[in-house]
Design a protein around this ligand. Sequence first.
Ligand code: AMP
Ligand code: MG
Length: 345
Amino acid sequence: METRIIKIDQINPDIKKIKIAANIIKRGGLVAFPTETVYGLGANTLNSEAVFKIFKVKNRPADNPLINHIADKEWIYKLAEKVPEEAIILAEAFWPGPLTMIFKKRKIVPDVVTAGLKTTAIRMPKNKIALNLIKYSQCPIAAPSANLSGKPSPTTADHVIHDLYKKIECIIDGGKTNIGVESTVIDLTVHPPLLLRPGGVTYEMLRDFIDIKLHPSAEAMIKFDKKPESPGMKYRHYAPKADLILVEGEIDNIIKKIQEICEENRGKKIGIIATEETKEFYGNNVRIIGSRKDIRTVAVNLFRILRDFDNEGVDLIVSEGFSTRGLGLAVMNRLRKAAKTVIRA
Ligand code: AMP
Ligand code: MG
């Protein structure tokens, strides 16, 4: 299949170009598009056959549901059966933005979108390209991240091209995404609501508005032997080709432990994920993920660095861990899921 790549400015999007991509969605095709979190792979929510193709091209397990992306709040009521008061409060506070809310679904939402569940996920993204694409497609857009299943999520159009070129009709190149980790997923079908997946909107931010509990799996520390609440949680995610060792703890201990690991693995091609503050403590092949003083800089580079090390063909990746405060919880959730081994130094 020919893949059309359309470059669009995310600050001042050219509507003529957006309409080309919207027409592809209308005709039942797939379009990869930037959001403020990561790139999404979209199809018309209401077209089961189109949505089915998303699972096929990503090699996504059929029981991992998608998120409905909307550009107009009115669509909540068309897709969701019960909309609790909390949802209105949170939509007012955080939409458009990186917050996904789970509701009981209406019949109009095809089973393929929800992976057979009776609930469905809805979010209004902040990126202008995404919002206009939804608007001109005249339907909600069902989308997961635009990567091959299990790989790190794409934060540039090049990442999408790497995974999906010639497999989908269109890739919109709207530059780098500015958050770098996926949206926060909260379940509003239970009381109090549950945070299932940490993301761009933090637990602390949500608690300022509603009573909310953190699902244990949000920290990605426990193994599931029962059915997970959020189906996406049970899969190994975001994983680079090389084994990843994540070292958590006090920063001085982390540094010592990583130095030891490098010593033990002499002869292997190692890639180290460090920070502005710690880069000089290690030998070669260090990548700076960001600054320990600003976790946002870490989130934005995380998936890109995992992909860069893969392209370089390293044998082993060793990463420093971070505090789980604020956006740190989303960063650590992704790192723990990507890791083969987690060490507490
Ligand atoms: P992705 O954007 O690629 O992370 O995929 C969408 C994610 O949204 C899934 O992996 C789930 O974690 C979450 N999700 C979507 N629909 C539901 C739902 N009905 N219940 C719980 N989680 C959901
Ligand atoms: Mg994904």
